[in-house]
Design a protein around this ligand. Structure first.
Ligand code: MG
Length: 282
């Protein structure tokens, strides 16, 4: 596959991605998939999905873990409900990620993505140390099957994410870099962050956003690609600088308005194709 194929974040029954008919209509060659709901990840369902991919002419490069009960309603709710971080859900989420990993194997996909949650600041705290233990155990299981995990950025600063990767100390743990999340969560300048964590970046989301007035307290606003504060040209130039060659996977999180979502993705494809051509030639 040539450098920087276009991708899109896709959903079947869960998550905020686009539906497969959009992937087919826009002839998108690669996708990230949000894990289907609990009970919808068996072998027959995986085969059915693979047939849809084949019909659409696309391949899956990453499957994102997602569990029932996670909510991104506001930042405090996200802290309490998302990922492996909330202690009351930690074991159940790790078990659910293993089910998603099996679903990914049915599909022939070696990469899982995950919002792990807001990693505790205190690296000596019991909660942090247990999180390290649970994450390692999951990674070791994935490694047995030749699979890896990409952590989604945004809920931590780049520095804290690097600390976490160092502390987990496993060679199948990488980063899915989402520049808009750094803005939406108010965790730092996305381009500076990308340079800092660049060597771990193995997948990305092309998503845009506008800073909140109250950074880190209120959500910023997710907007169509090219209309936010990311600076997509500089983002793609920086991807070139760090040596990233994988898919440019567009994310547009407005499933409540499928017409607009499709229009925005179509416009994002055009923008990325233009930038890709210009930046690869320069
Ligand atoms: Mg993302």
């Amino acid at each position: 596959m040539s450098q920087w194929p276009i991708g899109v974040f896709t959903s079947l029954d869960a998550g905020l991605g686009v539906r497969m008919d959009v992937v087919a209509d826009l002839k998108i060659p690669t996708i990230h998939l949000h894990s289907p709901h609990h009970g919808k990840r068996d072998e027959a369902q995986a085969k059915d999905f693979l047939a849809q991919c084949e019909a659409a002419g696309t391949t899956v490069s990453c499957i994102f873990c997602g569990s029932d009960g996670e909510s991104y309603a506001d930042i405090p709710t996200t802290v309490k409900t998302v990922g492996l971080v909330p202690e009351e859900f930690r074991e159940a989420r790790a078990a659910d990620a293993r089910v998603t990993a099996q679903f990914a194997r049915y599909i022939g996909c070696d990469t899982l993505g995950m919002h792990i949650g807001f990693v505790p600041e205190d690296r000596q705290s019991e909660s942090y140390l247990d999180l390290i233990k649970v994450t390692r155990s999951l990674l070791d299981d994935l490694a047995e099957h030749g699979q890896k995990l990409h952590l989604e950025t945004g809920q931590e600063t780049a520095e804290h994410l690097l600390d976490f990767l160092t502390d987990v100390d496993r060679d199948n743990l990488f980063i899915n870099f989402d520049p808009a999340n750094m803005i939406l969560y108010g965790t730092g300048n996305p381009i500076e962050a990308l340079k800092k964590v660049g060597k771990y970046v193995r997948s990305i989301h092309c998503k845009d956003g506008i800073w909140a007035k109250n950074r880190g307290v209120d959500w910023g606003q997710e907007v169509a690609l090219g209309e936010g504060d990311v600076d997509m040209r500089l983002f793609i130039e920086t991807l070139k600088e760090i040596g990233y060659v994988g898919p440019l996977t567009i994310e547009r999180e407005i499933p409540e308005d499928p017409e607009q979502q499709k229009a925005d993705i179509s416009q994002a494809v055009a923008l990325l194709e233009k930038l890709r051509g210009e930046i690869l030639e320069s």
